[in-house]
Design a protein around this ligand. Sequence first.
Ligand SMILES: Nc1ncnc2c1ncn2[C@@H]1O[C@H](COP(=O)(O)OP(=O)(O)O)[C@@H](O)[C@H]1O
Ligand SMILES: [Mg+2]
Length: 559
Amino acid sequence: MKILKLEFKNIFSYGDEITTIEFGEDAKLWQLSGKSGSGKSSLLSIPKLLLFGKTEGSGGKPVKVANIANWINKKGWIRGTIKKGNDLYVIERTFAPSGLSITKNGVVVDRAGIAGLQTVIDNEILDGMPYHIFANVMTLSLNNFKSFISMTPADKRLIIDKIFSLEIINKVHELVKVDMRDLGNAINSSNSQIYALEQTIQTSQAELDSMNSGGESASLAKMKEIEEKLGKVQELYTQQSNLYSTYYGKYTELQQAENLLNRQVFEKNMEATNIMKKIELFNQDKCPTCGTPFNSEDFKHLREILNEQYNGVIEDKTALESKQQEITESKNEYAASLGKIQENINKISAKQNELTVQYKSIEAVQKAVNESVSIKNIIKSTEESKKRLEESIRESNNKMKLLSIMEEMYSADGIKQIMMSSYIPTLNKEINETLSFLGFPYTLTFDNNFDATLQHMNKEIETDNLSTGEHKKVDIAVLCSILKMVKRKYPQINLVFLDETVSSLDYESSTDIIRHLKDISSKMGLNIFIVSHTTLEETLFDVHLNVEKKYGYSFLSVV
Ligand SMILES: Nc1ncnc2c1ncn2[C@@H]1O[C@H](COP(=O)(O)OP(=O)(O)O)[C@@H](O)[C@H]1O
Ligand SMILES: [Mg+2]
């Protein structure tokens, strides 16, 4: 990727007039001069705004969209012409309002929305280089990293991370830690859920045990058996009841017949008594009332008839009595039978009751059995849930193991150390080449923790013994070395801004350094912008740009 041309207007302090910077195919060393507040550092943001739509202020915080476009004019606009392989891209981005359009070899790239077009930039043009790497690499500012050799360990860590783009490792490290915390919480919550489930299983089991229920099928079979018995008993009961009513019918019939005979015998007795009275009357000599003699032939005949009558009645009566006796006997037999049937019926009823009670008690047990079945189901499903939770805990624990490995990997002692140990030897070599180029009589060696040792003729020297100027030289040597390393690592970047890097050095030292940067620029194909509020040696630069603020707007011009 090569940025060939940048055009913009109404960005920050720049006004409505289009500012153009053309880089061309060859790398150059640029001087960007201007008074404080004229708008020099603002230029550092232009490539970031073009490619990512965002930038950060001097404090490192993202600039709000409302502050990117010029406060008065709004309608911020940037156009960049970029070569990537054999393709020519033109990106146009606007701020307040936001907009993005891309053409590739003159053809509009058709994607829905800003996000869609941003993926084209990210993937096709930047090859996936993320914002923070691009921003760090493109704008190396000495103001940001103070002095390398006398920095506090915390500051050093921050700078190392920034320069070598190890921030991403910190971010991953943080994410892994967050994941571990979340996973830990999940495991804890699963464990307490398992505890609750175990409680449920225990109480359900206890309930089940206390029910002490027999098997479900056994009691069902028993119930069926009792039902059958009850059926038979019922049949017997009906049969006996029918028999009872039949016999009872007979018995009452006989009873009535007996009553009738009683009456008839009684009547025959009455009749016999009456005849006897007449016989006794006529057996006398004469009538006791009228004195009529009864010894005539007529009365003799009368007496014979009466005797005959009497005998006839007695005969009838005896016949009736024998019949009566017969019926009474038969009636008594029926009565005895009825007693027996009643006895049977009583027995059958008792059996019926017994069976019904038995049935009901089994039915109650069966209900309990049904309940126990549902408790068993509860226990079963609870155990299943428990199993699932245990499985998920097992999985989580495995994941946790993996995460803790990652955590270690992404910690300061992990990948970072490995990366540092691969960078450091090259960095030390670069630094010492630069230092000797600058005529600096010491060697500087960083260890993997970025602690520096300064040596003179193999003798260690306290860094406190260096003068301020020497300190700065060492820092710039480090900066130049880092510049070369990042350019090798990220060849897609073709411009770098060094903001106020050489500003405070003496003329000779700054000249040495600019010469060295010129060498780097042409050797590595890197456009280096040396931004300074002081004017530097003109002849060393390929281009000299100056920024001036007029009527509240910044103007860039070629000197
Ligand atoms: N959105 C904006 N509209 C107008 N002026 C702005 C805007 N944002 C920043 N500025 C002004 O731009 C100037 C900062 O420019 P800067 O590039 O940092 O200066 P320097 O040349 O010192 O690096 C300040 O005067 C600031 O007030
Ligand atoms: Mg500035």
